[in-house]
Structures are given as C-alpha cells and as structure tokens.
Design a protein. Sequence first.
Length: 147
Amino acid sequence: MAGYRTIVVGTDGSETSFRAVDRAAALAADAGATLVIACAYVPEKPDTQAQDALGDDAYQVTGSAPADDTVRRARDRAEAAGATKIEIESAQGRPGDTLIKVATDNHADLLVVGNRGLNTLAGRIIGSVPLDVVRHAPVDVLIVHTT
C-alpha cells in the first residue's frame, strides 16, 4: 500500500485540536505528504443559545479573521513538528461538512481530527465532528486522542 500523499487536519484553535495538528504534521513529515490545515468558521453572529447550553465545552470560531489566525498558528506548529509541504484553508460552514469538502477538493487520502467532544453523552465518547467525519468522509479518517 502506498503512503499518504495528502493529509487534511481540522483545527478550531483549541489546544486539543492543535494536538491533532501536531500528530498530522508528524505523519505528513514521515510520509513526505502535503498537509492541508483547515478551519471551519461560522458567520460573525455566533449561536449564543448553543454556547450558553454547552458552557465551557462550546468552542467555535466566529468570522474569517479568527479562522485565518487559527490556521496560521497551526501552520507554525506543523512546521515545528517537521511538516514541510503545508497549505492552509479556512472556510465558512459546519466543521464536519467543511472538513469533508476540503479533503475531497484536495484529493486527500487521510483526514485527521481530534476526539474532543461536546457536553453530551455521545460527545464524551466521541465528539460530534469526528463522528460526522467518520460517518461521511470518503477517505481514511484518523481520530487522535487529544483530551
């Protein structure tokens, strides 16, 4: 089996998602693969009702400027982890859907996400984004234990 050529990793700027970036960068470095770092964001007006219900577990990027900053910080971490071919992308949309689109558009053969979940029973076992990605991604998925 040939090694991975393009690896996409999702980040929301949280420390746990940066741990997934670190792992994906190390894999990309070992494989000589291109690493695409992606961050999904919501429009400037956040869903305050959802944030209130989730409390400290609610972490989302609102607006494109924070998302752009997030992928730049993640790129720095990826370089420190040894990745040399790095692309960054921020896109408006739901995280799971956005990561799948980025992986498809970049012809990725691996999609990496952290396991951080929301404050629900299912989210404690596996987060909503990893669960969406595992169910719908047309490529291999690696869920990094980040918590």
